[in-house]
Design a protein around this ligand. Structure first.
Ligand SMILES: Cc1ncc(COP(=O)(O)O)c(C=O)c1O
Ligand SMILES: [Zn+2]
Length: 372
């Protein structure tokens, strides 16, 4: 099936180990060879499991709430057409369902008796929902000052919610302590999560008739979508199903942009930065664990990082609303990045981006931000 490989020391572990990092502290990747026959995929149900030969969980272990195969719709952004994956229409309202479906399917297959996870909100909702579906007890650690809607959604799924005062890093530290004796279903550490989000790339390629777009504009917080898409497009190119990996444009909030700063400086690891409050709570990650990988992936595709300002995020949020789309402020940061990117793109370039989270997640803020 697949093998866990430590990125720091190269040690290998069977993926039947319920392990989230190496004994040396290194982050794990998966050594996995996908296969896929587009002709077989065509008649399958519209969930991410249609790519099941490319997913690193055993046959029969699939877990679904109907995630994946979101519409790819043309939307006017920055004065021209951009193709937008409607990831906010996922079962829990964000693309994190892709990662959670695959990761919790594996956890259920391994027979774990419970999981812990830490999140700025949306990953916690996704892990909570899929644990509910699988009947696995879960405890989710979140920053206490997060959107109340997301905290309530996590509770609704029956998860044990632990609201941690302080920073996002304080939340992660509290969760890691709990992970000493419970399976850490981490969307940052567990490579299976990224093999769930990679289906974003598979779907875009299939929806374009097994072709890659020229450019994909994605968020850069912990990189769960960015790195997943990079894995997916790289696998598709390796299988000869697309010609090449598209250019990746990675968007950060200027209030928290360690990767945009590192990219500008030509550095290979995230820069140490000062942060300021941002509407884009989901991408406000000051020290992303897989930051070096994100810099490498973006450079490998001849892409770049963008840091968008608060006024651009708010303008994109309102612009999408006036066009009929209710997206999260974090999601609006990505659209602001796409709007900025297309100003310098060539007119015939096929540009894809995503509505990453549903606006109703931030229901308490909609009136204030609506501009009415
Ligand atoms: C709505 C939304 N968009 C984007 C992101 C960016 O995350 P990542 O870079 O880990 O994919 C998040 C993370 O929580 C999110 O909730
Ligand atoms: Zn190691």
């Amino acid at each position: 099936m697949a093998t866990l490989v430590c990125k720091a020391c190269g040690e290998r572990f069977p993926d039947t180990d319920a392990r989230w990092r190496c004994g040396c502290g290194g982050v794990l990747d998966l050594d996995f060879t996908p296969s896929l026959d587009p002709a077989e995929v065509a008649g399958r149900p519209a969930t991410l499991w249609r790519y099941r030969e490319a997913l690193p969980v055993p046959e029969g272990a699939e877990l679904t709430l109907g995630e994946g195969f979101t519409p790819l719709l043309p939307v006017e952004i920055g004065g021209r057409e951009v193709l937008v994956k409607q990831e906010h229409l996922a079962p829990t309202g964000s693309y994190k369902d892709r990662g959670a479906a695959v990761m919790i399917a594996l956890a259920a297959h391994l027979g774990v008796s419970g999981v812990v996870e830490d999140s700025s909100g949306n990953a916690g909702c996704a892990v909570g929902a899929y644990c509910a579906k699988a009947g696995i007890p879960c405890r989710i650690f979140v920053p206490a000052d997060n959107s109340p809607g997301k905290l309530g959604q996590i509770e609704l799924y029956g998860a044990d919610l632990v609201a941690v005062p302080g920073s996002r890093e304080d939340t992660a530290a509290a969760c890691m302590e709990a992970a000493a004796d419970t399976f850490y279903a981490s969307h940052v550490y567990m490579p299976h999560f990224f093999h769930g989000t990679k289906t974003f790339a598979y779907e875009v390629a299939e929806q374009l008739g097994w072709r890659a777009p020229d450019t994909v504009v994605l968020p850069a917080g912990n990189g769960t979508l960015l790195l997943g898409a990079y894995i997916g497009f790289t696998e598709l190119a390796g299988m000869g199903l697309i010609e090449s990996v598209p250019r990746l444009i990675a968007v950060q909030s200027a209030g928290c942009a360690p990767l945009a700063a590192a990219f500008e400086a030509g550095a290979s690891v995230p820069a140490e930065i000062r942060t300021s409050p941002t509407l884009a709570e989901g991408i406000a990650i000051a020290a992303p664990v897989r930051g070096a990988d994100m810099l490498e992936a973006v450079r490998a595709t001849d892409g770049h990082f963008l840091a968008v300002e608060e006024d651009e995020i708010l303008a994109a949020f309102r612009d999408m609303g006036r066009k009929g789309y209710c997206i999260e402020p974090t999601s609006a940061a990505v659209i602001a990045g796409a709007a900025r990117y297309v100003r310098s793109a060539s007119p015939d370039e096929v540009v894809v981006t995503a509505f990453t989270g549903h606006g109703l997640k931030a229901g308490d803020k909609l009136h204030k931000l609506s501009g009415v």
